[in-house]
Design a protein around this ligand. Structure first.
Ligand code: ZN
Length: 125
């Protein structure tokens, strides 16, 4: 798997003499369960995106992998989340598979870069 680097890491690696005020600060990406069928992505503890679980369909035994922790298992262990692209007036949506149990997903290891990528894909950051 290819590594990905933040702007901050690239800048510090290639231009170590950059003045401190020009170096991007670390951002902290988190996901939390806000209700039974709703999750939120937070950047520096501020909610920036809402995810809504949609009803399951298709063969429950099909193998799926989680878009956050990369675990693979039968579809019945996952939920599909629908995310509206902000400022698209309800016309653009993205769908992500995530573990039905968010705590287990976090325990297996959510890569913050994946949360960041979701936000980038949706034009949030
Ligand atoms: Zn997961």
């Amino acid at each position: 798997m290819a590594n990905s680097y933040s702007e901050r890491e690239i800048l510090l690696e290639l231009f170590p003499a950059t003045p401190e005020e020009l170096i991007p600060k670390y951002k902290q990406f988190k996901i939390k369960q806000s209700s039974l069928s709703q999750r939120e992505i937070l950047v520096n503890n501020k909610s920036v995106l809402e995810l809504f679980a949609i009803p399951a369909s298709g063969n429950p035994d099909t193998q799926i992998s989680c878009d956050l922790c990369n675990t693979s298992a039968a579809r019945k262990f996952f939920k599909t989340f629908k995310i509206e692209k902000p400022s698209s007036d309800g016309r653009v949506f993205r769908y992500y598979w995530m573990c039905a149990n968010l705590n287990s997903c976090k325990h297996r290891g959510i890569n913050e870069a994946r949360l960041e990528q979701i936000l980038i894909n949706l034009g949030v950051i």
